[in-house]
Design a protein around this ligand. Sequence first.
Ligand SMILES: [Zn+2]
Ligand SMILES: [Zn+2]
Length: 318
Amino acid sequence: MKCSKCENKAIIKIPYANIALCKDHFIEWFERRFERIVDKYKMFEGSKRIAVAVSGGKDSTTLLHLMKKLGDNRGLEIIGINIDLGIDMGKAYSSKSTEYAVKNFEILGVKYRVVKIKERYGFTIDETKHKIRRPICSTCGLVKRYTLTEIAEEENADTIVTGHNLNDMAQFIMSGYFSGDVQDLARLDVITPPEKGYKVKKVKPLFLMYEKEILTYAIVKGIPFLYDSCPHTFRVGGVTQDTIRRKLEEMEEAIPGYMLMLVENFINKIQPALKEKYIKEEELGKCKICGRPTTKGREICSFCAVRLKMTGEKVNVR
Ligand SMILES: [Zn+2]
Ligand SMILES: [Zn+2]
C-alpha cells in the first residue's frame, strides 16, 4: 500500500477519506484535521488558559500534545491536570496513570497539577465500590468532573478539555438511544458552557477523531502512554457496552464514515433539539454544602452526597 501523497509506504488507511498515508503525511493530515475541527466548532473562542485533563491513556496524552502545539501557535496557555482517583485493584492503575501523565507534562514542558482525591476529599474510587449504590464508573465520572472543575477554577483556567474520541461519542449515543436516557443525550455537548455563576467551559476537541487514528498518532509520534484500561471497566457496564462498541466498529467497516456521520449529525442536529426540550437551566437548585448547581429539588449535589456518605465530612460553603 502506497501513500496517497508520496512514494513512501502507507502506514494507515483512512477509508472514509479514501486515502492511505505514510507516517509523515499521516501526522500532517491528523494535525491539520484537528485544527480544522477546532476552528469549525470555534472551540476556543474567548479561551486564554486551557486545562487539559490527562489520564495517561492514548487519547488524553495525544490531546495534550495537540493542545500544546495549538497553544504555541495561537498564544493559548496550557496547563495539565491529572487526577489520582485511587484506583488500584492490585494493578496500581491510578499511580501508573499519574506516572504517564507526568512523563508527558515534562516532555512538553507544560505546567501541571496532580491531585489525589484521597488527600483532597478523603476517599478513593475503589472504596466507593460497595458503599455507593450507583455503578462505580458513574461515581468515578461524577468525581472526575467535579474535581476537574474545581482544580481548573483554582488554576484560573477558562476552559477544560477532555480526550473523548469519536468511538466514545458514538458508543454513548447508541447506548443512550438504547436505554432512552434523553437527559444524558441532551447534555452530550461538545462545548459545554460554564455552570451558572462560574466561568469554565468544557470542550471535547477529539470528538470527531477515530480511536484508531489517535492510537496511530500516539504510536508514530512516540508519545508515552498507558496501555492498560481501567480495571473496573471490565466488571461494570460490561457486555452490553462492549457489544455496542464492537458492533459500531463493524458498521464502520461496512459503511466507512458511519461513526463520523452518526456523531456529527447528532451534535449538529439532534442534541440541540433535545437540549431545548429537556434541559431547563432555570430549574437548577444550589447545593447546600458546596454551592454548585444541583438537579431541581435536590438539597445537595451528587458529589457532596457521595462524599458525605464516604467520609461524613461536609465541604465548606464557598
Ligand atoms: Zn506520504
Ligand atoms: Zn455539593
